[in-house]
Design a protein around this ligand. Sequence first.
Ligand SMILES: [Zn+2]
Length: 57
Amino acid sequence: MPCPICEKDSDQTYRPFCSKRCADLDLGRWMTGSYRVETEEPPEDQVAPEDPQEWKH
Ligand SMILES: [Zn+2]
């Protein structure tokens, strides 16, 4: 199974990655990606208030 980051052969220690560097890169990319999705979709526009009275005050 090749490293999903650089497509080199994976290392037994860090598989499916080839090295700790690629494992860290993938983790960072995943966190950055989820962060970006959250900021692109403001929760205020998506979530309706459960209690209208609470919403007014
Ligand atoms: Zn790699």
